[in-house]
Design a protein around this ligand. Structure first.
Ligand SMILES: C[S@@+](CC[C@H](N)C(=O)[O-])C[C@H]1O[C@@H](n2cnc3c(N)ncnc32)[C@H](O)[C@@H]1O
Length: 216
């Protein structure tokens, strides 16, 4: 299928305006270049089940940048990033923040390396590893995930990646009531932000969890 760049660029402008997230011309170019690479390499690398470029715009690019206003820290790890979602769009939105993009599958990490090279993204570090095995030199400010695991599993597999002040951000569909009722001891949900993603007729929530602060 040809890539309908003109239509996608127009749809992008409309959606971003509704989203209310400021995007510069350079960021727009990089986001659309990423979309085009995702579309181009999807067959060879089996990166996403979404094959239609218009759908990719909403399901992958806009869904990822909808999180941008809620990122207030400096260093993040996107666990189970797949082809760089939501990490690559967020790294484009925040060139001054640092993102490690981690996945256990080599072909997805090879794709991310190619994207980083082609888009000159210097604030991402692709890592191929199981998250449980990855030992960073410095604790991250935040752990991010989308479509990765239950919140409990995310917390138990990723708690070694942050210190006591670290935040865990999980992008979810339906409000994950059951998952939140079963948080492991020592963790508390601190916010559940509903995201309205233009073009997506689906519930989206960003759940924030922190370590429970002990008083005194
Ligand atoms: C459903 S995909 C989601 C990809 C991406 N975050 C997205 O939203 O499109 C889940 C990803 O998690 C990765 N994954 C699953 N378990 C993992 C683990 N223990 N450590 C690292 N990556 C893992 C898989 O290889 C896969 O790419």
């Amino acid at each position: 299928m040809n890539f309908p760049m003109e239509k996608i660029a127009l749809d992008f402008d409309n959606a971003v305006q509704k989203l209310g997230v400021p995007v510069t011309a350079q960021q727009k170019q990089k986001l659309l270049d990423f979309l085009q690479l995702l579309h181009k390499w999807n067959k060879a690398y089996n990166l996403t089940s979404v094959r239609d470029p218009e759908q990719m715009l909403y399901v992958h690019i806009l869904d990822s940048i909808a999180v941008a206003p809620l990122l207030s820290k400096n260093t993040y790890i996107d666990v189970g990033t797949g082809p760089g979602l939501p990490g690559i769009p967020l790294a484009i939105m925040y060139p001054d923040k640092q993102f490690v993009l981690l996945d256990s599958l080599g072909k997805r990490i090879r794709f991310i390396k190619q994207v980083a090279y082609e888009l000159s993204l210097t604030n991402i570090e692709p890592v191929q590893s199981r998250v449980e095995d990855y030992q960073p030199e410095t604790a991250f400010d935040g752990v991010l995930s989308r479509a990765f695991a239950s919140i409990s599993d995310m917390l138990s597999w990723c708690q070694h990646l942050t210190d006591d002040k670290g935040v865990f951000l999980a992008l979810k569909g339906q409000y994950p009531e059951q998952e939140l009722a079963n948080l492991p001891d020592g963790f508390t949900m601190t916010s559940a932000d509903e995201l309205i993603v233009p073009g997506l007729d689906a519930d989206r929530y960003l759940i924030t969890v922190k370590r429970t602060q002990v008083e005194g």
